[in-house]
Write a protein that binds this ligand. Structure first.
Ligand code: WT7
Length: 657
């Protein structure tokens, strides 16, 4: 990122929103920051009373007795689906469109809050009738659909934590999550359709359930998306539409403590096994609702579109829970941005009159390429005049992509909000406020009120502005991760490391603050986690998948900066047999890629695989990853290789297959 680009300020006063957004000015923002600084607990309690409906009001705010296992509003009782659905029926939103759904092949349907409520109630009743009760876990493996939201909300209604697994994960990954979370039911579809291609979700579920250790799963609910033929196990399998039909359309919610787990969502860390991030009901929902208002300035007439998948945290917070908690109208899209052509997003914004658009830098970068090549799919060829706010999330956005997005999609009149957050944080942490925060391309600017972000060195001491360090959050906040499912030690050690004093939340990202503005810029992960197309992938996870292949003796995985995808996965592999040569190189590489696809899922397939006779290691036997990263980038090996036991193999790996 060049300093020339980052020093380019886009004055917020050019953006017509000023003074009309929920937070009206920098003074109003600072007043909220100050309110939180004066009394952190009172600040959060005020928000929780104003933004959520409680069945039983809380009397406790923060419980830090057992830090870092913080509890918020614990004696308060509420239900997430009540807050997202029932509340809208009594506030005048019953006949308002909740979801505009567009299928892969362009069919459009919509559902009102009233209709969504009834569908959720019917499924909730059906799950209860099948014995699913408060605290039971339900795995959801569904395509982007109204049914995805119905399934998640139905689980929330009966107090059964859901665990959504992204459709791009393999049977093996699905199995790992089903057993780790101890699911009693699964909600899936016959098939998924994206970009004109189908994926047999139900067969993948059956394959996962056949892998053993899944006896607790008594029910598989199937949404009929395509009508394609699927395997069927009587007694266990049930059609969603038949279940819904048989049930009453109202359902008494299960009132739960604010600390009751709303969901578990798996994400990658720096060790081999994915971790189940556990979120609470009250604190999580609070921040989903508040950030919809503060960051996205959601208003009654807005049409909100977040392009994320419900399999990721963005789809949880800014599709399933946030928009419904504030009674918004949103677009849900089944397909991919490039089908039938790369103008799909712009075409949909035009047709559905989208006003707030939230997507990933990867998508923007790939659509820039297409737009440059073909004027017909350039955003300039569409009427995007309804847009008023743009957002990005998932990875750093380079200033040139930011500027293109602002200019060609936003028409120079929409603020671009670079929102920094994580699966673990539940909602936005550091982000500009629309029409208020002066924007700097490449910077997520300032923390939201109540979020105490800082940059520290490896001992936990805050570094001066202008000096890089690691990003931490000093005070607990309501939407934070509660624990790693089934592994509290992993939570404590990983997120509140003793090295930093044990009381700072470690995000895992490097960051730096601007000396003049105090703005934050995220510089990328400081652990062994890659960010490929805005998806988190642990290098260890891919390494263990490769190492499990009978052909492989040893594997090391690193990331290489990639113009479109952020990072590309590069694998260094030593085979048990001979190092392949000639046509075998591609054949073996393809075989290994397919293997990783089966072990983890297509999203984890290495872009490049390189072979050597041995792994370059230090004398103490440590793989020299720093060196491998240079090799992956194609840099000349000017670094000192004197500590490497076997420097000769570096040249083998330097030769891309
Ligand atoms: C990691 C979290 C948050 C939902 C999607 C990803 C990176 C996220 C930004 C941003 C720079 C970002 C970080 C973070 N990241 N947003 N605006 N600028 N980096 O959620 O899978 O939990 O990944 O994504 O590295 O730690 P996730």
């Amino acid at each position: 990122m060049s300093t020339i680009e980052t020093s380019h300020h886009v004055p917020a006063q050019d953006i017509p929103l000023t003074g009309r957004a929920v937070i009206k000015s920098m003074e109003a923002y600072r007043a909220l920051v100050e309110e939180a600084a004066q009394d952190h607990e009172a600040f959060w309690a005020r928000l929780a009373r104003e933004h959520l409906s409680w069945r039983r009001p809380f009397t406790q705010i923060l419980d830090d007795q057992n830090a870092p296992f913080y509890k918020w509003f614990e004696d308060g009782e509420l239900n997430a689906s009540y807050n997202c659905l029932d509340r809208n029926l009594t506030s005048g939103n019953a006949n308002k469109t909740a979801i505009i759904f567009e299928s892969d092949d362009g069919r459009v349907s919509s559902v009102t809050y009233q209709a969504l409520y009834h569908r959720v109630c019917r499924l909730a009743n059906a799950l209860r009738a099948r014995g699913v009760k408060k605290g039971d876990r339900v795995v959801i493996y569904l395509p982007m659909s109204v049914e995805g939201v119905v399934a998640m909300q139905a689980c929330a209604r009966i107090g059964a934590p859901h665990c959504v697994v992204f459709g791009g994960f393999s049977a093996k990954s699905l199995h790992e999550r089903i057993t780790n979370v101890g699911a009693v039911a699964i909600i899936t579809a016959d098939e998924q359709v994206r970009g004109g291609k189908t994926l047999p979700l139900k067969s993948i579920v059956d394959e996962a359930l056949a892998m053993g250790g899944t006896d607790a799963v008594k029910t598989v609910v199937i949404y009929r998306r395509t009508g394609g033929r699927i395997p069927w196990i009587g007694g266990r399998d049930a059609w969603l539409h038949e279940l819904e039909h048989a049930q009453p359309d109202t359902c008494e919610p299960e009132w739960v403590s604010a600390e009751h787990p709303l969901f578990v969502l798996y994400t990658s860390g720096s060790t081999g096994a994915p971790k189940g991030v556990q979120h609470s009901t009250g604190g999580y929902l609070l921040w989903a609702a508040v950030t919809m208002k503060w960051t996205f300035d959601i208003k009654p007439d807005d049409v909100f579109w977040c392009t994320a998948d419900i399999g990721w945290i963005t789809g949880h917070t800014y599709i399933c829970y946030g928009p419904t908690a504030v009674g918004a109208t949103q677009v849900i899209f089944e397909g991919v941005p490039t089908y039938p052509n790369a103008g799909r997003f712009w075409d949909m914004i035009q047709r559905h009159k989208v006003t707030i658009f939230y997507t990933a830098p990867t998508a923007i970068r790939s659509l820039i390429k297409s737009a440059d090549a073909d004027r017909a799919v350039h955003p300039g060829s569409y009427d995007l005049s309804t847009l008023r706010i743009l957002g990005t999330v998932g990875e750093p956005i380079n200033p040139s992509a930011w500027t293109w997005y602002a200019e060609h999609v936003g028409g120079g009149k929409c603020p671009v909000l670079d929102t920094f957050w994580q699966t673990e944080t539940g909602g936005h942490m550091i982000t500009p406020l629309p029409g208020v925060t002066p924007l700097v391309p490449g910077s997520c600017t300032l923390p939201l009120p109540g979020i105490d972000a800082a940059i520290v060195d490896e001992t936990g001491q805050e570094v001066p502005n202008g000096h890089g360090g690691v990003l931490v959050i000093r005070k607990p906040w309501p939407s934070m991760i509660r624990t790693v499912w089934g592994n509290p030690e992993r939570f404590r050690k990983g997120y509140y490391p003793d090295e930093l004093g044990g009381n700072l939340y470690l995000a895992g990202d490097g960051a730096i603050r601007d000396p003049d503005t105090g703005y934050f810029t995220i510089t990328g992960r400081v652990d062994d986690v890659l960010n490929v197309s805005g998806h988190r992938m642990g290098t260890m996870e891919i390494e263990s998948a490769l190492a499990a292949c009978p052909l492989v003796a040893e594997a090391a995985v690193v990331g290489r900066p990639d113009e479109t995808f952020g990072e590309a996965i590069v694998a260094f592999v030593v085979l048990k047999g001979e190092r392949p040569s000639g046509a075998d190189v591609k054949r073996v590489a393809d075989e290994l890629r397919a293997w990783v696809g089966k072990e983890i899922g297509p999203i984890a397939k290495p872009k490049e695989i390189r072979f050597g006779d041995a792994m370059p290691k230090t004398r103490s036997g440590k793989v020299v990853r720093r060196l491998l990263r240079s090799v992956a980038k194609g840099e000349p090996i000017s670094q000192d290789t004197s500590t490497v036991e076997n420097p000769a193999v570096i040249a083998q790996f330097a030769d891309p297959a």
